[in-house]
Design a protein around this ligand. Structure first.
Ligand SMILES: NC(=O)c1ccc[n+]([C@@H]2O[C@H](COP(=O)([O-])OP(=O)(O)OC[C@H]3O[C@@H](n4cnc5c(N)ncnc54)[C@H](OP(=O)(O)O)[C@@H]3O)[C@@H](O)[C@H]2O)c1
Length: 287
């Protein structure tokens, strides 16, 4: 039996479909990460936990500590008690407990907890994921719609990224279940093409047929404007961590997925057709 925390989230929804399609016995965790009691009850009879619950989308450092770091620690304690045989945990490229960026620091702390848990684990680090209802391509698209006739490219838009389709990532998580070679390892995956923010923005504008004049935004100004714009929201529609990823390379081997999981990941420009549907308000202002 596989227990999936965060099964209602962006990755969780794709993973749930993949697990059901593969006929794997699984159930979603329905409690909160703060409740040791719920964890204890729902971990009974569980062999593997895929731990997707996290507060990244909220963009709040306190919640990251509370849900991601303390929540993982609580899960580990209860999983040890329940005799869980394996933990599969997502993480991000550049995760590091000493990172300056709060999100990468929290992910680094979570990795360290999992590695020291004594429970057999696999950490699946990935680049930023895209897909229907993501917090990446849909936000870039919405910002470009709102800033007509311009489109801002933070930092000049040059830092390379390897965005990965969420369905491909879910597939990697699924395959991790029956790949002993991934045990007690950090596995790194990403898309098979290196794109700058500028490439991503231009591809989105081309696919959605929305011509814009590109305006490079110097890194300092981009960060300052984001801080001012998002600072007064309690729960901003765009995560406060959104900007961080555009100023440092987020890359790994181009053949990482093919080599470790035996398939070729989807290409960005062929997969973002979901952006053509309407509902800009829904994109930015959904929970
Ligand atoms: N998206 C990416 O590009 C990406 C890349 C690499 C790694 N990751 C990591 O993968 C994980 C999942 O990401 P995601 O994009 O799927 O996030 P998401 O869409 O924000 O989903 C988060 C999930 O966690 C649940 N959750 C939040 N707080 C909780 C709490 N206190 N107790 C129990 N459940 C809670 C949410 O349920 P409720 O809505 O009910 O709170 C939701 O199901 C996160 O750790 C994220 O950092 C994401």
């Amino acid at each position: 039996m596989v227990l999936v925390t965060g099964a209602t989230g962006f990755i969780g929804r794709s993973l749930g479909r993949a697990l059901s399609h593969a006929g794997a016995p699984w159930r979603p965790y329905s409690g909160r990460m703060s409740s040791a009691q719920s964890l204890r009850a729902e971990l009974e009879g569980v062999e593997t936990v895929i731990h997707l619950a996290g507060a990244e989308a909220r963009g709040n450092n306190r919640l990251l500590q509370h849900v991601d770091v303390a929540g993982t620690q609580r899960l580990i304690e209860e999983a040890r008690r329940a005799g869980v045989g394996r933990l599969i945990v997502p993480s991000r490229l550049n995760a590091d407990p000493h990172a300056v960026q709060p999100l990468l620091r929290a992910k680094g702390e979570v990795e360290r907890l999992v590695q020291r848990s004594g429970i057999p684990y696999t950490i699946v680090r990935s680049a930023t994921l895209f897909g229907r209802d993501d917090r990446f391509s849909e936000i870039i698209f919405s910002l470009a719609l709102w800033s007509w006739p311009l489109a801002w490219a933070p930092g000049g838009g040059k830092a390379p990224m390897q965005p990965m389709w969420v369905e491909d990532y879910a597939h990697c998580l699924l395959r991790t279940l029956d790949r002993p070679a991934t045990l007690d390892r950090i596995v790194t995956v990403a898309g098979a093409e290196r794109l700058s923010y500028r490439d991503i923005l231009l591809t989105i504008l081309r696919v959605t047929e929305r011509p814009r004049i590109l305006l490079p935004l110097p890194p300092k100004m981009a960060r300052r404007s984001a801080a001012v714009l998002l600072g007064w929201w309690r729960w901003p529609p765009v995560s406060r961590y959104f900007m961080d990823r555009f100023f440092m390379p987020e890359v790994t081997d181009l053949d990482a997925v093919q080599r470790q999981f035996g398939f070729q990941p989807a290409r960005f420009r062929e997969t973002i057709t979901y952006l053509n549907r309407g509902g800009m308000r829904r994109r930015l202002f959904r929970k």
